[in-house]
Design a protein. Structure first.
Lengths: 674, 448
């Protein structure tokens, strides 16, 4: 049957060759001229894994950890790898969860993600759960622990200073500060965490991995040649004294106010308390938003940093400064005396003074020691009315310049965000207030620390540094060294000495002497500490508030400023307690306890009674709650009004629109009828 | 007759065996490259596919050895018996098959699964060869018994296509299509050319209707028939029958493409059926056939479209020289579905680039041409027909598989001979080759 040289065999061979050539031509073009496939292949198959390094650790002045990272474990599950004979009961027993709980979590996991990909089963296991699970892990294939770092505040103190971190929000990502961030990154949101974000954050590493179609990372791409290694965040060394901070927070418990203590020789902040305090551990992890909202709603406003933002009338604590400026411009001499008999009567309304006995203001030292209101009102008037100035306005401006150089009325430049300015009146302020018609009698209250002058506790403490150092200060700051380097460029501005306007050393010595007398024989006798020469000034600041539409006089703020020791100052401190009463009663003992604690490392048993009294005192004024509720009601009303207005405008607009539409329709109808 | 005196070893065709071993080796290394990971400590991991494939290769060689030792007359004598047994197994599979991805084409025996449709190709090839080589059979229009010729043609067509029918009943359409390749082998034995022209034009018409816009197709068809009429004007003027044929073919194609298909698509077919039809040819559903979707229902991505895109990405990213062995990012990480079976060609294309894939294509081409060469040197019709069947099976698998990976054809789930992972595929192709080699060794004797 064989047909010799059948032409059909060539047809078949030709078909074979033809089809093979078509395939070859297609392959040639596909592989050599279609570049998009190469790009697509890289896009889909290469996975950029971002590795976050641990954030920098923050240490106190003694090297004690204040804020560090703690490893927590998330339990991850890959449902695909769970065997059929998985012992769910055992698993639930180990993790101490309910069976129904397990089922609902698994259902959620499987709905949200495909079986072969790893998803979170439980976040942040407790230590007990972690330990138990690790022991029994071999029994539960498909489950893995994933280590994560979270911030851990040791002692749970200094939350206001250290700040907290949180996930960056989409709005934040639009700002230039966060250009290098991605959704899901964490960033410092307040305090030191915000200020030193750049160094604490470190540098994240990028690892290129090949991935499969389920997005599961596999082998390193090109053996990791393109990878960049992550760099850990730098360690921060603070001036802050963790023990002192904790002690101060205890003393300030159940009081509204703040404490700021600065080392005058460096400007380093030793303690900063804004009371009431909160446990910073609340503001991390899963519960942050909820806890933040709860803290925000507290009437005592624990999230408000009173130490740097609250503005208080300084009261008598300003008197050393008033004296200093008066002496510096030459308006008085230290021996200048005033006969005060319980009130100052040279201006229209008499100003009360606490003392009536003759001679309590017979010279500067005595006047400061007894805190004579008349004396300081008078020398303030003498200062701004001094004969070398053309008029009172130039006098006030000179006084303003002095105060401004003390960092009053402006930000000191502390290294935590959102610092307040306080308020320092100048000629413009008064020109506006009194339409240009005023004299030294109009502004006389400023001399005794009332009136338009408002200071933050930080500014008060900084003022003490200036007196302690006899004329200069360093910008108050927390961080001593970044990554053990004290001369980091970020810290350069804090090594700069700020010299206040030329005031001779002798003037400072006079003021220091007077302040020493305050403790030794004056108003702050209770602040005396054996073996330490403390220079101090008490203050009792009058303040008013509007409650239910009436201006009422509130309980005085209790103020105290001090520095010690006089010869070689190591601590300058300001204590402000809102609506507590006399400065000598509350603020002074607290400050002296802190000074003793800092300089002597412990408080003598003789003063335990005072310590207990201070710690136990409950000084939150009931008005705080009233004022708070009033403020909130006002806010609510403002909001409601705004919404009502918007609703009215909206509905008016809509009505206008519909009227116009009807008119238009009518016009059209008319036109069509024609 | 001198060569008959030589030992069997010297009579077997070395070229075919060499190409066979080469292709299997390429296949195993391709499967290895897909499965290998940096972390793997040793090559010998029994749970990996390439080790299983290696073992299957061992079995195949052993089986091939047994075939080489078998008398060549065995295959022709038992061809019908084996074919009948095979049909029986196919029928059983329809009812007792294991459900794998919606088709019931796999049969489980003990812990071991195989696809009867894959193995049945061998016996169908043998049966076709046997029937054509029977002395009384006449399928070429050479004798005077015209009716006998038509009868034989129908019988041999049935022998080739009955297994296809049974496999379609098992819902494994791709594999069933393979059986149409026997028609190509029969072409060599004198099957009428008209069948092929009609079949080809029908397929072209159907595809054209779906792929080309209706108005353009109308113009194209008119021009085409006008050209044919112009070329055949002499015949058409003289004879009536060609005239009728031409005109009716024209009318049929116009009616089919312009009226019937749109009607069926608009009024008869459901949405998911339309989706599937256009998905198979790799096209978006045109707007006019796009039935309005139910509210809230999301349009599903076509899975075969995804497969082809991933496969094209893998092959296209290979470039001229490829990414190098074990560096295929797409294939290694399972982006291409059915990676080590139907889409194994991607691994070659990605890792060895155009050069590597061209070498592979040429290797296949030389194997097929060598088999055609072998076929033409036979004395016995049985061996020749069988060899053509083998060449055509290989050709069909090769052409369809590679075309579908590079988007020239719709995705039909058939394997790439010798390369694809899978025991029954490798085994059946090995048996095909070894039987051919065994029959070829006895090319000087007449096998009936």
């Amino acid at each position: 049957m064989s047909i010799a040289a059948n032409p059909r065999q060539y047809v078949i061979s030709f078909i074979f060759i033809g089809v093979a050539s078509i395939i070859l031509i297609r392959l040639f073009f596909l592989q050599n001229f279609e570049a998009k496939y190469k790009i697509l292949a890289n896009d889909i198959a290469i996975y950029k894994k971002v590795v976050y390094p641990p954030r920098g650790v923050i240490l106190d002045r003694k090297g004690k950890e204040m804020l560090s990272n703690n490893a927590v474990y998330d339990l991850m599950v890959t449902p695909h790898n769970i065997p059929k004979n998985f012992d769910t009961l055992q698993f639930c027993a180990v993790l101490d969860i309910q069976r129904s709980n397990y089922n609902s979590i698994m259902r959620r996991v499987q709905e949200r993600n495909i079986d072969v990909r790893q998803s979170t089963f439980m976040e942040q296991l407790s230590q007990e759960q972690t330990a138990k699970f690790k022991e029994n892990q071999y029994m539960f294939p498909g489950f893995d622990l994933l280590e994560r770092n979270i911030r851990e505040y040791k002692n749970a103190s200094a939350g206001m200073v250290l700040g907290y971190i949180g996930e960056v929000s989409p709005e934040m990502l639009k700002r230039p500060r966060y250009t290098s961030y991605h959704q899901g990154d964490y960033a410092g949101l307040s305090g030191i965490e915000w200020q030193y974000e750049e160094v604490l954050r470190g540098q994240r590493g990028v690892h290129y991995l090949e991935r499969d179609k389920f997005n599961r990372p596999r082998d390193p791409y090109k053996e990791g040649k393109l990878d960049s290694q992550e760099i850990s965040g730098k360690q921060l060394d603070l001036y802050l004294d963790a023990d002192l901070q904790e002690y101060a927070e205890k003393l300030m418990a159940n009081k509204i106010g703040s404490v700021v203590a600065i080392d005058p020789q460096t400007g380093g902040i030793l303690t900063m308390v804004s009371s009431p305090t909160y446990d910073p551990n609340l503001l991390r992890g899963r519960e942050r938003a909820k806890n933040y909202a709860a803290l925000y709603r507290e009437p005592t406003r624990p999230l408000f940093n009173r130490a740097t933002q609250a503005m208080y009338p300084p009261g008598s604590t300003i008197k050393p400064m008033t004296g200093l400026v008066a002496l510096a411009v030459g308006a008085i001499t230290p021996s200048f005396g005033l006969g005060c008999f319980g009130s100052y009567n040279y201006c229209s309304r008499p100003i009360k003074c606490e003392h009536k006995d003759a001679g309590h203001a017979s010279n500067f030292r005595l006047a400061l020691a007894h805190s004579c209101n008349s004396y300081f009102c008078h020398i303030f008037r003498m200062t701004i009315d001094y004969k070398s100035f053309k008029n009172v306005k130039e006098g006030l401006q000179t006084w303003h310049d002095f105060y401004s150089s003390f960092s009053y009325g402006r930000q000191t430049g502390i290294d935590i965000p959102f610092e307040g300015k306080g308020a320092l009146p100048d000629t413009n302020t008064y020109n506006k207030m009194y339409r240009g018609v005023w004299n030294s009698c109009t502004v006389v209250f400023v001399g005794m620390g009332q009136g338009e002058l408002l200071l933050t506790p930080l500014q008060m403490a900084n003022g003490m540094c200036i007196i302690a150092n006899k004329g200069y200060y360093y910008t108050p700051h927390f961080v001593r060294a970044i990554g053990k380097n004290e001369n980091d460029t970020l810290l350069k501005k804090y090594h700069e000495k700020h010299v206040v306007l030329n005031i001779p050393d002798s003037t400072f010595s006079i003021v220091q002497q007077a302040m020493q007398d305050v403790v030794e024989s004056g108003t702050a006798a209770g602040a005396k500490v054996e073996g330490i020469t403390i220079c101090a000034k008490t203050g009792t600041a009058e303040n008013k508030a509007i409650v239910n539409g009436e201006v009422i006089k509130m309980q005085n703020h209790s103020m105290f400023v001090a520095f010690a020791p006089r010869e070689n100052p190591k601590i300058a401190i300001a204590v402000a307690i809102e609506n507590a009463g006399f400065g000598a009663t509350w603020a002074a003992p607290i400050a002296s306890l802190l000074i003793e604690k800092y300089l002597k490392d412990s408080v003598t048993y003789k003063r335990k009674a005072i310590e207990d009294k201070m710690m136990g005192a409950h000084l939150i004024n009931k008005y705080v709650y009233t004022i708070d509720s009033v403020l909130r009601r006002r806010d609510a009303m403002v909001y409601e009004n705004k919404m009502r207005k918007r609703y009215v405008t909206d509905s008016t607009k809509r009505a206008t629109d519909s009227t116009m539409a009807i008119r238009w329709l009518e016009a059209r109808l008319r036109r069509s009828k024609k | 007759m001198t060569s008959l005196g030589k030992a069997l070893f010297y009579r077997i065709d070395g070229v075919v065996l060499l190409l066979y071993v080469l292709l299997v080796a390429i296949g195993i290394s391709a499967v290895y490259s897909v499965e290998h990971h940096v972390g793997d400590l040793t090559f010998f991991m029994m749970n990996k596919s390439y080790m299983k494939q290696l073992i299957w290769f061992g079995y195949s060689l052993g089986f091939g050895f047994i075939i080489l030792l078998t008398d060549s007359k065995f295959f022709s004598s038992f061809a019908f018996l084996l074919y009948t047994a095979c049909l029986a197994i196919l029928v059983i599979t329809i009812f007792a098959g294991v459900d794998v991805k919606g088709s019931r084409s796999w049969l489980g025996v003990g812990g071991f699964k195989f696809q009867p449709g894959e193995v049945c190709k061998i016996f169908t090839a043998l049966a076709v060869a046997k029937f054509v080589s029977l002395p009384e059979t006449n399928i070429a229009m050479t004798g005077r018994h015209v009716m006998k010729t038509y009868k034989d043609r129908i019988i041999v067509g049935a022998i080739a296509l009955v297994p296809a029918l049974l496999i379609i009943l098992q819902k494994e359409t791709g594999l069933a299509l393979v059986y149409f390749c026997f028609l190509l082998a029969l072409y060599r034995e004198g099957y009428p050319t008209a069948i092929y022209i009609i079949a080809f034009s029908t397929v072209a018409l159907v595809l054209g209707t779906l792929l080309i816009e209706r108005k353009i197709l109308f113009v194209v068809l008119t021009v085409l028939f006008g050209l044919i009429a112009l070329l055949m004007r002499q015949t058409l003027r003289r004879k009536l029958i060609p005239r009728v044929i031409i005109i009716s073919a024209f009318l049929f194609s116009i009616l089919f493409s312009q009226v019937a298909v749109p009607f069926v698509f608009k009024h008869v077919l459901q949405r998911h059926q339309i989706d599937r039809i256009f998905g198979t040819i790799g096209m978006e559903v045109p707007d006019e056939y796009d039935k309005t979707m139910v509210e809230g229902e999301e349009k599903k991505g076509n899975s075969s479209e995804y497969n082809v895109l991933q496969s094209k990405i893998a092959i296209g990213s290979g470039g001229l020289f490829g990414k190098g062995f074990l560096n295929g990012t797409s294939t290694k990480n399972q982006f291409v579905p059915e990676q080590s079976t139907d889409f194994i060609f991607c691994a070659i294309g990605e890792q060895f680039g155009f050069v590597g894939s061209a070498i592979l294509v040429l290797a296949y081409l030389s194997l097929m041409l060598r088999i055609v060469f072998i076929a033409e040197r036979q004395r016995s019709t049985f061996t020749r027909v069988y060899a053509y069947c083998v060449a055509c099976i290989l050709f069909f698998h090769f052409a369809v598989n590679i075309s579908m990976t590079i988007g020239l054809m719709p995705v039909i789930g058939i394997t790439l001979p010798f390369l694809s992972y899978g025991g029954s595929s490798l085994m059946s192709f090995s048996i095909l080759i070894f039987i051919l080699v065994r029959l070829d060794a006895d090319r000087q004797t007449l096998i009936r």
